[in-house]
Design a binder for this molecule. Structure first.
Ligand SMILES: [Zn+2]
Length: 183
């Protein structure tokens, strides 16, 4: 199972556009409506995060699996900060999702493994080749070495899973896997 918030992101883009429309109007009532909208979006995002975490933990529990999460705390310092309210909102939301998952998983007795998030979007899970331009667009992954291609979110998810398996010693290719060298 692989959830990386594509739908939530699209929903947020729409919300951001709506906000921009309101912001363009400098009237008192527009400002009030803008504030109300932001609060509503926060509530909605929190609700969605609760739901995602709940479903994820339920599936893991039912199927006897653990959950792998990317450790995003280490990334913050390295990623160029964008002065963009949406980006701040999005990272807040993903951290919140991680916190909800950890909390609900602990309560349900589901194991959570946090893995290094570095290069998970640049690494080819097949041949191990890592390069920035493997990720040729926001949504697309294509390995420059072996040609493996797929949706970027999906490929990153495979890397996260493999890294988690490595860290608990259940990776089939643990001895040769290139992931080991990377993190
Ligand atoms: Zn490759």
């Amino acid at each position: 199972m692989n959830f990386q918030g594509g739908r939530l992101r699209r929903c947020r883009r729409w919300q951001a556009r709506k906000r921009a429309e309101l912001k363009a109007r400098h009237t008192k009532s527009a400002t009030r409506r803008l504030r109300r909208r932001v609060r509503r979006e926060h509530r909605h995002a929190t609700q969605v995060n609760h739901m995602i975490a709940k479903n994820l933990v339920a599936v893991a529990q039912r199927t006897g699996r653990g959950i792998a999460l990317e450790d995003l705390s280490g990334i913050r310092g390295r990623v160029r900060p964008r002065r963009n309210q949406r980006a701040v909102h999005a990272s807040w939301s993903f951290h919140q999702l991680g916190a909800f998952i950890e909390y609900k998983a602990r309560r349900a007795g589901v194991r959570v493994i946090t893995v290094d998030a570095r290069f998970t979007s640049q690494l080819c899970p097949d041949c191990g080749y890592t390069a920035r331009n493997n990720r040729f667009s926001r949504d697309g992954f294509g390995c420059r070495m072996c040609g493996l291609a797929g949706p970027a979110d999906h490929v990153a998810g495979i890397n996260v899973r493999n890294r988690a398996r490595l860290s608990v010693g259940t990776c089939q290719r643990a001895r040769t896997c290139r992931l080991k060298a990377d993190g």
